[in-house]
Design a protein around this ligand. Structure first.
Ligand code: SP5
Ligand code: ZN
Length: 348
């Protein structure tokens, strides 16, 4: 399987995130992608390629133009507020909810930051835009490769994407790579595409982007939002709206869920995906379902990820893998490549 690797990922390197009233070191670190890359090379999964340059028009199919403008210039605007800001990452501190207006965009950068962010855990740094943009091109390249006939392709990039919506960032995510891959397949002419999100956290951004669309089915297996991040979306009764009614499937599972029970949900999600009759599958591949993950609560073990790959291959769809979360850094490479190798063995 070909891997499109984001060589620019290290440009995004947050220092601290807010957690329960304290600044703690970021969980989403560059070593994550490095470990996955070295495991791919060590186990000879296949070619590692740089992404093709991509038409920025793809971004406008998913994200709001004003949001893209905000992201592109955010770091410069942050430093323009106060030159001393260059020494620390940008985080929001005020939000337009609870009866406040979000229809008038303030000029003040800190206020605009709050307009576009939904948490205080996603520092924006000097290289965030450059890294995220190159990551988007990895996702689009992987989608194009699959459209052109490959059985599968892997986009290995960070920052991750599935929490980013049409006009917001959060959950370490800025551009929604899985959504961009799905859109790239649609733009090439596929009529129906499915996204299956197996990250521990609900893919609230992906759900928001496609919630009213009948052409992209979104299914997610995740920690129950009653107790798990991102808390405010991901319940089972969210099934789509308008033209998208019936095209959204959430399978929340309690903290502590192990592979046996999780796998039943995976098979159920795959059945629903197949009922949609998609021409391709995009997998939001988070590995934070691992029992050793420091911020998550499922109990999958490293060997289980082979079976995950086999189950995904059994759907028999052209498949684009998009790297998302997973914070047990030392085991992340093994777990990710176990999925991909399990898929390849079963798909062969
Ligand atoms: C892509 C992705 O997996 N994003 C996840 C974002 C989760 N952010 C909230 C993290 C809460 C950290 N909890 C720390 C517990 C330490 N014991
Ligand atoms: Zn996650």
């Amino acid at each position: 399987m070909i891997t499109f690797y984001n060589h620019a990922h290290t440009l995004h390197q947050g220092k601290m995130e807010m957690f329960r009233g304290q600044m703690v070191p970021c969980f989403e670190v560059p070593a994550r992608a490095d470990h996955v890359l070295s495991e791919i090379v060590a186990r000879r999964l296949g070619t590692v390629a740089s992404p093709q340059p991509f038409d920025p028009a793809v971004l406008a199919g998913i994200h709001d133009p004003a949001y893209l403008q905000f992201l592109e210039h955010a770091w410069d605007d942050w430093v323009a507020m106060d030159p001393a800001n260059k020494d620390h990452d940008a985080l929001p501190s005020v939000w337009p909810n609870h009866g406040l207006r979000s229809d008038v965009l303030p000029e003040n950068f800190a206020a605009r930051m709050g307009r576009y962010a939904f948490d205080t855990g996603s520092p924006l740094t000097s290289g965030t835009w450059a890294a995220a943009l190159e990551g988007a091109s990895c996702a689009v390249s992987a989608a194009h490769h699959v459209f052109d006939g490959a059985r599968a392709a892997f986009s290995l990039s960070r920052p991750p994407g599935h929490h980013a919506g049409s006009d917001f960032f959060g959950g370490y995510c800025f551009l929604n790579n899985a959504a961009l891959a799905a859109q790239a397949l649609r733009d090439r002419g596929m009529e129906r595409v499915a996204i299956l999100d197996i990250d521990y956290h609900h893919g609230n951004g992906t759900q928001q982007i496609f919630y009213q669309r009948p052409d992209v089915f979104f299914a997610s297996i995740h920690g129950d939002p009653r107790t798990e991040y991102p808390f405010f979306l991901g319940h089972a009764d969210e099934t789509g709206a308008g033209a998208g009614v019936g095209c959204n499937l959430n399978l929340p599972m309690p903290r502590g869920t192990g592979f046996k029970v999780w796998r039943v949900a995976l098979k159920h999600a795959l059945r629903r995906v197949l009922e949609f009759r998609p021409q391709a599958l995009v997998v939001s591949l988070g590995l934070d379902t691992f029992e050793g993950d420091p911020i998550s609560g499922f109990k999958l073990q490293s060997a289980d990820y082979y079976a995950v790959g086999e189950d995904l291959a059994a759907a028999d769809l052209p498949t684009v893998f998009i790297f998302e979360g997973g914070y047990a850094v030392a085991q992340l490479g093994v777990n990710a490549v176990n999925v991909l190798e399990g898929f390849e063995r079963a798909a062969a």
